[in-house]
Write a protein that binds this ligand. Structure first.
Ligand code: NAP
Ligand code: MG
Length: 498
């Protein structure tokens, strides 16, 4: 975790920020264009400025520039050492500018400065560095043949890739996709979420300063319906990698089927379980994990473990400790380093989450703590909510809420816990607490989820693939060497020798 400065320090940086509002195409920010949308600071409700809503023509220009440089080979066929050096420089530049980027991210998204600094000071540069380091260490294959043949299996950059991003971890999700895409030699067109375009726009200038050639990276802010759709339907984009809701993921499959059949990598929603088996001890680590799993990033997390499945013998102790811990979490000004939970990203999302809390009460779950906005006279804040008595068929147990809501579901056996955990359309993540290695392994193998963490809430790290089963994703994975597969074609070379 980066060391934190004072609230005043971050306020001062915020007051002197400059915002890029134009698309970044062919190595520079564009000018002109009358279609714009408003960008709001969720902590205050104030308008930060307007940002360009990129049109089909903007997407065409970015694709033409991306294709030209891809064909020229300046990046796509460059020596691995060159791409490595440039991406290492980019990692260093992100580290150098981490405070400015973190404050920019915080005012744009409502995320806490603590999380922004951690993500942007540590994780984002780690991604650029790790994939940079991998570029000259991953080898192709030599095929076993007789002496009259020589055959090689080689990986090649897939071409022009569209990277369509969500708002909950704006620059981190960008790095999850952009680092392996650039390392692979692709030209990338990034579409940040409309709520949070500012850090990706700033990153484009840093990438250029690091030596990424013009055209290799474009950043196109805009609305999903316009810019997102134009990327999804573009016939000269070879691949799209998408992170966002399951609903919009479906749109991308449709765009693909109605255009050039481009492969679509999908990272989507979740409704992940946090399972506490009968033999677990309700330790500080468990309680910290449970609270973190539900409330980290205000619950605006695809892997949020909202469904907390607890053995009935442990339920009262668990609830008592979870509520005590929740009471210590400061909700409010994201630029204050003591804040644990910032603002919901927009007013609309704030109302959606508040509505789910009302739905939960209406369905008969008991709201034991929080779930309201008392103490906040502006901005989109919700004090974290703890429910008990959540049943598997309730909407709050089935639908992704994406807010600070923890729901306790009581069970009487391992089998019942498993049955409840399986009762979901999603399969992104699960956490299991138990002292039994056997039971941990059984759940680890039986749960259809991309990541299962045992005795601690975690998404793994840069080295481990991340993605979902069922309606949480496609076969694509972000993170790890597996992420490179999204951006590489496989080619067989077969030499007939005399
Ligand atoms: P979203 O509404 O699906 O938006 C994701 C991206 O798609 C945004 O850039 C959005 O643009 C664009 N988009 C929206 N409608 C579109 C359309 N009709 N055509 C083309 N593009 C369109 O998701 P979100 O609300 O930003 O993010 C929250 C979701 O992301 C949650 O479901 C969460 O679980 C998921 N998520 C998954 C992972 C993972 O790794 N599995 C990680 C983080 C988040 P606009 O911003 O203009 O709408
Ligand atoms: Mg914003």
């Amino acid at each position: 975790m980066s060391s934190l400065s004072s609230h005043d320090h971050y306020r001062r940086i915020a007051s002197s920020l400059t915002f890029h509002s134009q698309a970044f195409i062919d190595g520079d920010y564009t000018s002109g264009g009358s279609d714009v949308f408003e960008n709001v600071n969720p902590a205050t409700g104030e308008i930060l400025g307007t940002v360009r809503d990129c049109s089909i023509q903007d997407v065409d220009r970015a694709v033409a520039s991306a294709r030209a440089v891809f064909k020229a080979g300046t990046w796509s066929r460059s020596a691995p050492e060159f791409r490595k050096e440039v991406l290492l420089k980019l990692a260093a530049l992100v580290r150098e500018n981490k405070e400015e980027l973190a404050v920019l991210e915080s005012v744009d998204s409502g995320k806490t400065i603590k999380d922004c600094l951690h993500e942007i000071g540590n994780e984002v540069p780690t991604f650029f560095q790790w994939y940079a380091e991998a570029i000259d260490k991953v080898f192709g294959k030599v095929v076993p043949t007789g002496e009259t043949v020589a055959s090689f299996i080689v990986k090649e950059p897939a071409g022009v890739v569209g990277l369509v991003l969500p708002w909950n971890f704006p620059l981190l999700m960008c790095a999850w996709k952009l680092a392996p895409a650039l390392a692979s030699g692709c030209s990338a067109i990034v579409k940040p979420a409309e709520q949070t375009p500012l850090t990706a726009l700033r990153l484009a200038a840093l990438a250029t300063e690091a030596g990424v050639p013009p055209g290799v990276l474009s950043v196109l802010p805009g609305l999903g319906e316009t810019t997102g759709q134009a990327i999804g339907r573009h016939s000269d984009i070879d691949i799209v990698s998408f992170t966002g809701s399951t609903e919009v993921g479906r749109h991308f499959l449709k765009y693909s089927s109605e255009s050039n059949l481009k492969p679509i990598g999908l990272e989507m929603g979740g409704k992940s379980p946090f399972i506490i088996l009968e033999d677990a001890d309700i330790t500080d680590n468990l309680v910290e994990s449970a609270v973190n799993a539900a409330f980290w990033n205000g619950g605006q997390n695809c892997s949020a473990n909202m469904r907390q499945i607890v053995h009935r013998k442990l339920k009262d102790e668990f609830l008592h400790k979870v509520i005590a811990k929740t009471k210590t979490m400061v909700v409010g000004n994201p630029l204050d380093p003591d804040t644990a939970i910032g603002a919901m990203v927009t007013q609309e999302h704030f109302e959606r989450v508040r509505n789910y809390i009302e739905i939960g009460r209406g369905e008969g779950a008991s709201l034991l703590h929080g779930g309201h906005s008392e103490g906040h006279d502006r901005g989109f804040f919700i004090n974290p909510a703890v429910f008990e008595g959540v049943q598997g068929n309730m909407r709050i147990a089935q639908e992704e809420i994406f807010g600070p809501v923890l729901g306790v579901m009581e069970v009487a056996s391992f089998e019942e816990a498993l049955e409840l955990a399986l009762d979901t359309d999603y399969g992104l993540h699960a956490t299991v607490f138990t002292k039994s290695i056997d039971k941990a392994f059984r759940l680890g193998r039986l749960l259809p989820c991309g990541t299962i963490s045992i005795n601690g809430f975690s998404e793994g790290d840069v080295k481990t693939p991340f993605g979902g089963y069922k309606r949480s994703g496609s076969l694509a994975r972000d993170k790890g060497l597996e992420a490179m597969d999204q951006y590489l074609q496989t080619k067989t070379l077969w030499f007939s020798l005399s």
